[in-house]
Design a binder for this molecule. Sequence first.
Ligand SMILES: C[S@@+](CC[C@H](N)C(=O)[O-])C[C@H]1O[C@@H](n2cnc3c(N)ncnc32)[C@H](O)[C@@H]1O
Length: 206
Amino acid sequence: MARSKRILFLAELTKGYHTVLDIGTDHGLVLERAFELGYIKEGIASDLREKPLKSAENNLKNYPVTFVISDGFLAIRKPFDLAIIAGMGAHLICDIMDHAPKKDITYILQSNDKTDILREYLMNHGFMILDEYLVKDKFFYIVLKVKRGFSKLSHEDLILGPVLKTKPESRMFYDHKIEQIDKIYEKTDDFRKEELDKMRKIYKNI
Ligand SMILES: C[S@@+](CC[C@H](N)C(=O)[O-])C[C@H]1O[C@@H](n2cnc3c(N)ncnc32)[C@H](O)[C@@H]1O
């Protein structure tokens, strides 16, 4: 199966970890790439549903992987040092992170939308963002590297990303967001326009 730039990037982030848990693994493509690169020793491929997990089993049959049907972390018994939760909505990732182990584990999180909601959740639930990456594939994707810890983020940080805003490549993403705002601006009511003006200002003033 073809691997997107996003999948390849996620696999790059597994380098140096021993056992990687991929929640919502679907076809198991991230783990497959991580093994091909020789980056990890063991994998735990988990999914809520049987069909995607079967597909992961098929793709990962030559590697040391445990397959688990699980709602997020709930049925995971084996230890791991990195967990990946990617390609899902922000609210679902927040729900899954509610049951994250209280241990020294690194998390790679990539929501398909509303990264600001995810950042706010992390700040309010005792996580800190260690790094943020922008991946330009068919769409723009933001990938967060996270650990347990204290963080205090401003409203601007929640929208721009506390780390992403320091990276030069973020400019193209912020310009893209401004273009999106401009496209919908004329069609919206005055109340929403006020909100869009504020967002445009945040994306511009960086
Ligand atoms: C769109 S796919 C993303 C696959 C892959 N992680 C990626 O980044 O391309 C979402 C997968 O998450 C699984 N999923 C949804 N909710 C889940 C949950 N609560 N726990 C575990 N897996 C879940 C779905 O069954 C599906 O296979």
